[in-house]
Design a protein around this ligand. Structure first.
Ligand code: NDP
Length: 325
């Protein structure tokens, strides 16, 4: 496994990480979680990603229990969670980055995760209703109190991240270290335009999500929604129109043809492609079972084999919507 520096920080994260959205909550199963974490750990994955939003805290709970059961040395892995959604049903505790929620939210998350600190703490979305200064002070205080080692953002614009960096510099606070954005062959701009800019201008490390577009890039939605797949999970029917998009599924067939030349699957090629962006530190995988995870982890070995001609072929098949310049 390759380890990359998370932006300008000194922290090194595995180029493939493992996340828990849907799979550790709505599809949650303790034995499967344990098995998948064990497989990831043995493959060299050192970064595990969750959020208080996933299943209203269920994913954090299952991840915490599984990590405790595995008994890994806490120094050997990097644990990431995110705050914004909230899990308490009262005013000030939902969809916010106010100080009161952030200080309560980290304590609640640490309880569920059964740990004294997370390594990475993200503001899961921007909050237009809380002054940026309040959020930056609160995140910096959480770090100062030892409850998180680095803080970052997810789904923030370059302007919002620049603003946060400027406030932190002005007050000598802890600056944001990382941004987590969607990145896959069908959604390139957030990393190739915005992510690359904040990486260049502020040294922000980039982690990425949904490398398979929730499963679309495996080819599994070519004939409709398979039983047991994410789009069939209760509460996730909203994904069906995009996952069953005919034109995208036709392009995935061409992706499969390219992958076959390497003796690989479309999923492996799609994940390997994500790792090739030089500003990306870690591509966070999702997998709902052990077989998927084993298949996806093998993308690490495929990535160095993708030559310029293959990258150009993929560019032509899945062009970026806007120029990265
Ligand atoms: P993917 O796009 O890779 O989708 C993962 C899902 O696709 C799996 O759960 C599985 O669903 C299916 N799948 C994966 N591999 C295979 C395979 N080899 N063959 C067939 N089906 C496969 O990633 P996620 O959308 O899960 O995102 C990864 C992580 O990123 C999340 O777990 C989360 O930690 C993070 N994330 C962060 C967000 C943010 O806002 N910051 C937003 C979204 C995710 P199934 O078997 O059910 O069909």
């Amino acid at each position: 496994m390759e380890y990359r520096r998370l932006g300008q920080s000194g922290l090194r994260v595995s180029v493939l990480s493992y996340g828990t959205w849907v799979t550790f909550s709505e599809q949650g199963d303790f034995d499967r979680a344990l098995q998948c974490l064990d497989i990831a750990g043995r493959a060299g994955v050192n970064l595990f990603d969750t959020a208080d939003a996933y299943g209203g805290g269920e994913a954090e709970r299952l991840l915490g229990l599984a990590l405790e059961t595995l008994g890994w040395d806490r120094a050997t892995y990097v644990l990431a969670t995110k705050l914004f959604a909230g899990t308490r049903d009262c005013v000030n505790m939902r969809q916010t980055l106010n100080r009161k929620y952030l200080l309560q939210g980290i304590d609640d998350a640490l309880d569920r995760l059964r740990t004294d600190f997370v390594d990475l703490l993200y503001c899961h979305r921007p909050d237009p209703h809380t002054p940026m200064e309040e959020t930056v002070w609160a995140m910096s205080d959480i770090i100062a109190r030892g409850k998180a080692h680095y803080w970052g953002t997810s789904g923030w614009s370059p302007a919002q991240i620049s603003d946060a960096c400027a406030i932190a510099e002005r007050h000598h606070l802890h600056k944001p270290t990382m941004e987590q954005s969607e990145y896959h062959l069908l959604a390139r701009d957030r990393i190739e335009r915005d992510g690359a800019a904040i990486h260049r201008d502020h040294g922000i490390g980039l982690t990425t999500w949904s490398p398979l577009a929730s499963g679309l890039l495996t080819g599994k939605y070519a004939q409709g929604v398979p039983v047991g797949s994410r789009a069939a999970v209760r509460g996730y029917a909203w994904l069906q129109p995009q996952l069953c998009n005919v034109a995208d599924n036709q392009r995935v067939q061409q992706l499969q043809a390219v992958a076959q030349r390497f003796g690989a699957s479309a999923a492996q090629l799609a994940i390997a492609w994500c790792t090739r962006h030089p500003a990306v530190a870690s591509v966070t995988l999702g997998a709902s079972n052990a077989a998927q995870l084993r298949e996806n982890l093998a993308a690490a070995a495929l990535a160095p084999l993708l030559n310029d001609q293959t990258m150009r072929e993929l560019d032509a098949l899945f062009p970026a919507a806007v120029s990265a310049d």
